[in-house]
Design a protein around this ligand. Structure first.
Ligand SMILES: C[S@@+](CC[C@H](N)C(=O)[O-])C[C@H]1O[C@@H](n2cnc3c(N)ncnc32)[C@H](O)[C@@H]1O
Length: 303
């Protein structure tokens, strides 16, 4: 199945490859911040609400597996008393400008340690960007992390171990870079790899992914359905992801939306990529309460 995001990437999307794998995140926040990238802030609110819902019976929050985890941005926001704008302000601060990457990593480890939530979820991550994952581990942002490309290769043993028992799989800004093969391999890492090796302990995670609106998520939903997960799109709102960098991006996206019959009024037409939230859950859980009922009325999404 063709991936429209890959086509967009090749033809007209702003290219951030130069900032995805630096030794520290300053360049990433500078480049993405210049276009008002908001995806991790939406992730913070939605994933926190999901973790609260999943804990309703008490107990610790489930382990989170963040795909395309980059410098551990979603982990940072889930584990600390910080919002995305705090991270933009932090990485823009004058005091950090002169630090080497090593010095910054040490400074960040202390900065984040002092802002840690009292009972943070365990967050493990994977991304193709080796330096970014390494920074996130050394700054103490990820509990475990691996650098790999699941579109091209089978998961490493390290990822299979880190993924074991994960209850929530998350993605911001990554769908399109990752596609069906990654989701199949991630689900296999979790579900075919039960804690203690006992098939009865097999776990079915929830998968919460933001995808820009012109991307047809159905190939991924089909992969997840083969693993017993029902996918719903939140219908109560969409999520502004970032401003278009230029007219070429905008025109390409508007053409893709027109072809898909999606109305861009007030959203992409106003200059922003908008993302939908897709939530996939085991069929029995999904039939108990809809995604709209679970999240739509949540104050956390009322912004
Ligand atoms: C827009 S960034 C999103 C990062 C982070 N989730 C956030 O929202 O700030 C996209 C990320 O996808 C990663 N990526 C691209 N291709 C990938 C692949 N095949 N497998 C894993 N990660 C990939 C990049 O290295 C980059 O970190």
């Amino acid at each position: 199945m063709s991936n429209p995001y890959a086509r967009h990437n090749e033809q007209s999307k702003a290219n951030f490859d130069g900032v995805y794998d630096l030794p520290d995140p300053r360049g990433y926040f500078e480049a993405l911040g210049a276009l008002d990238y908001r995806a991790p802030e939406h992730g913070r609110r939605v994933f926190s609400a999901l973790l609260r819902a999943m804990r309703r019976g008490g107990g610790p929050p489930p382990r989170v597996l963040d795909l395309c985890c980059s410098y551990g941005v979603n982990a940072t926001l889930l584990k600390h008393d910080l919002i995305l704008d705090d991270l933009y302000a932090h990485y823009d601060s004058k005091e950090l400008t002169e630090l080497s990457s090593e010095e910054l990593t040490t400074t960040d480890a202390a900065f984040y340690a002092s802002r840690r939530n009292p009972s943070p979820p365990e967050v493990v991550g994977t991304d193709v960007a080796t330096n970014a994952v390494s920074y996130a581990l050394r700054a103490g942002l990820l509990d475990a992390g691996t650098a790999e490309n699941l579109e091209a290769y089978e998961p490493t043993g390290a990822l299979r171990r880190a993924a074991r028992g994960a209850g929530l799989v998350t993605v911001t800004g990554g769908v399109g870079y990752i596609w069906e093969r990654t989701f199949e391999r991630v689900l296999s890492s979790i579900m075919d790899n039960p804690p203690n090796g006992r098939p009865d302990d097999r776990t079915s995670p929830w998968v919460a992914a933001f995808a820009v609106r012109f991307v047809d998520y159905s190939p991924i939903a089909s992969v997840l359905a083969r693993r017993g997960l029902d996918t719903e799109k939140l219908s109560t709102r969409t999520f502004p992801q970032r401003r278009f960098e230029n007219a070429g991006e905008r025109e390409h996206v508007l053409r893709e939306l027109a072809a898909a019959g999606i109305d861009p009024a007030g959203k992409e037409e106003a200059g922003w990529y908008h993302a939908d939230l897709y939530l996939s859950r085991p069929a029995a859980e999904a039939s108990e309460v809809s995604t709209d009922d679970l999240l739509g009325a949540s104050e956390a999404l009322d912004y």
